[in-house]
Structures are given as C-alpha cells and as structure tokens.
Design a protein around this ligand. Structure first.
Ligand code: HEM
Length: 159
C-alpha cells in the first residue's frame, strides 16, 4: 500500500492498535462460541445418560467443568474486554444502532453462558436435577440463534 493510501486508512478504526483488539476479539469470540455450543451438547448427553451410568456422569461433569471454567468463561471475558476496548478507542461506535442492538443481544448470550454453568453445577451434584434432554436441545439453539444475529449485525451494520 502506498504511503498516501495508508494515510487514508489511518482513521481510528484502522490503526494497528484497533486491529490488534479486533483480532483478539474475533479469536476469543470463536473460542467462546465453540465452548458454549459444545457445553450444551455435553449437558444433553449428561441429561440422557447421567443417571443410568455413574461413570458417564463423572466423566461428563469433569469435561463440562473444564470446558466452562478454562475455555468458555475466559474466552467470554477476553471477547467482551477486547470489544469494549475497541469502543473506547472509537467511541462513535457506541452511538450506532447496530452496536446498541448487538450489545443487548450479547447480554443475552452472557446470560445463556452463565446459565450453562449453573446447569453444569446442578448436574454435577445430581444428574437428576438436569432439565429433560428435549428442553436442553431447544435451549441449545438459543446461543446459535444469537450468534447468527450478532454476527449479522456486525457484518451488515443494517442501521
Ligand atoms: C460486550 C461484548 C462485545 C462488544 C463490546 C463488541 C464490540 C465490537 C466492536 C467495537 C467491533 C468492531 C466493529 C467495527 O470495527 O466495525 C466488533 C467486531 C466484531 N464482533 Fe463484537 N463485541 C462484543 C461481543 C461479540 C460477540 C458475542 C460476537 C459473536 C457472537 C461478536 C462478533 C464480532 C465479529 C465477528 C466482529 C468483526 C466484524 C468486522 O470486522 O466486520 N462480538 N465487536
């Protein structure tokens, strides 16, 4: 890129610093989504098999705990922090319609993530406390749906 071209792009949203946070944001979002989608799947297996098979119950409790505590929650914290850092660098973002809507949907996604943690803790204590697998299958679609909407908002920026 020519010096002139680079100069044109050097608005707040294209500085190397801003792009660094965006890079981190996207990578963390990928890990968060992988974690939350897989966690609900594990909870479905747990609900279906946990009571009848004590060894499966133990294994799934351990897998859920590691996935939640060491991948999903840290990735969520990094994604949110990197996102807010971009807003701090380019405050105009906070006044756009798409961002406000995205932010509200992200709040739901955070709740859905924390709720998976609560379900995991309930299931680890007693697999009989887990909701029926059918309910979990429906619940499992919520983060998928939110992800489709959120990514749609940041990519298309419709308003
Ligand atoms: C509080 C949480 C979040 C905040 C504050 C936030 C903020 C931001 C900001 C400021 C950008 C840069 C937009 C631009 O430069 O045009 C961005 C990009 C992006 N965000 Fe988020 N975000 C959050 C959560 C999420 C979540 C949960 C997802 C996905 C499920 C997500 C997906 C993306 C994607 C894919 C981009 C890249 C879009 C592009 O470069 O065109 N974000 N986010």
């Amino acid at each position: 890129m020519t010096g002139h071209g680079r100069g044109l792009l050097m608005t707040a949203n294209f500085t190397a610093t801003y792009l660094f946070w965006k890079w981190l944001h996207i990578v963390a979002v990928i890990a968060w989504m992988a974690g939350i989608l897989y966690l609900y799947r594990l909870l479905i297996y747990h609900s279906e098999r946990g009571q009848a098979e004590p060894s499966t119950h133990q294994l799934l409790s351990l897998m859920e705990m590691r996935l939640y505590r060491y991948i999903t929650v840290p990735a969520m914290l990094v994604a949110v922090s990197a996102g807010l850092t971009m807003v701090a660098i380019a405050p105009g973002l906070a006044r756009t319609g798409w961002f406000g809507t995205k932010f509200a949907l992200v709040m739901f996604l955070i709740l859905v993530t924390l709720y998976a943690g609560k379900l995991h803790r309930d299931g680890a204590t007693d697999p009989g406390k887990l909701p029926a697998s059918r309910t979990l299958r429906i619940l499992n679609e919520v983060p998928t749906f939110l992800m489709l909407l959120i990514v749609g908002l940041v990519v298309f920026k419709p308003f």
